[in-house]
Design a protein around this ligand. Sequence first.
Ligand SMILES: Nc1ncnc2c1ncn2[C@@H]1O[C@H](COP(=O)(O)OP(=O)(O)OP(=O)(O)O)[C@@H](O)[C@H]1O
Ligand SMILES: [Mg+2]
Length: 200
Amino acid sequence: MSEAAPLQPPPTPVAVPVLAVDGLNAYYGRAHVLEDVGFEMGRESVAIVGRNGMGKTTLCNAIMGIRPPELSGSIRFEGQELVGRPSYRIAGAGIGGEQQMLAIGRALLTNPKLLVMDEPSEGLAPTIIEHLIESFRALEHEGVSILLIEQNLGVATALADRQLIMISGQIATETTAEALVNDPDAQRRYLGVEPLAERH
Ligand SMILES: Nc1ncnc2c1ncn2[C@@H]1O[C@H](COP(=O)(O)OP(=O)(O)OP(=O)(O)O)[C@@H](O)[C@H]1O
Ligand SMILES: [Mg+2]
C-alpha cells in the first residue's frame, strides 16, 4: 500500500510583461532625446516623473507610435513588438494613450489593457484631480495597467507605487512612491519641484 504521492505544485507560469521597453533610442535631428531607455511593467500602475524636457513625452509618443524621425529599440506590449507599427494599430492592440482628460473617457470605450497618459492632471483644478485619481483607481481595480507621466508628484505618488525618474533621456533611477514622498531632497533634485511636505 503506497500513500498518495503529494501533489506537485503547478509550474509557475512565465509572466509576459504588459509592457517591456528595451534599448530605446530617439533622436530629433542630432539631439539624442531618449538614451537606451528600458523598463518593464506588469499588471500595475507605474509613474514616470522628471523635470521639463527630460524626454517623458517623447517616450509616451514612442509607445503610442507617434514617433520622432529616428527611433530604435524595442517596445513590446504583451510580447508583441510595437516599434514600426502605425499608431492606430497600437491603439487597436489594447493601449489608449491620451493627453487630454476629456479624451480619456473615449479611450476607455475601447476597453484598453494599458492606459498611457501624458500629464493627465495638467491644468485641472484640485477637486477634478481628486476625481481623476479615483477614476484611475477604479480602472486599476478592473485590471487596467496605467503608465502615468506626471509632473504633479501628488498625483503620481497617489496612483503608482513604482516611480521611474527620467533625467536627460534616461531612466536614471527607480524608487517607490513612499520613498519619494519622504525625500524632499530627491524631489528637488530630480523633479525641480517644491517638496510635497512644504506645500499646502
Ligand atoms: N519636435 C521636436 N523637435 C525637436 N526637439 C524636440 C521636439 N520635441 C521635443 N524635443 C526636445 O526633446 C527633448 C525631450 O522633450 P520631451 O517633450 O519629450 O520632454 P518632457 O519630459 O515631456 O518635457 P515636459 O515636462 O516639458 O513635458 C527636449 O529637449 C525637447 O526640447
Ligand atoms: Mg512632456
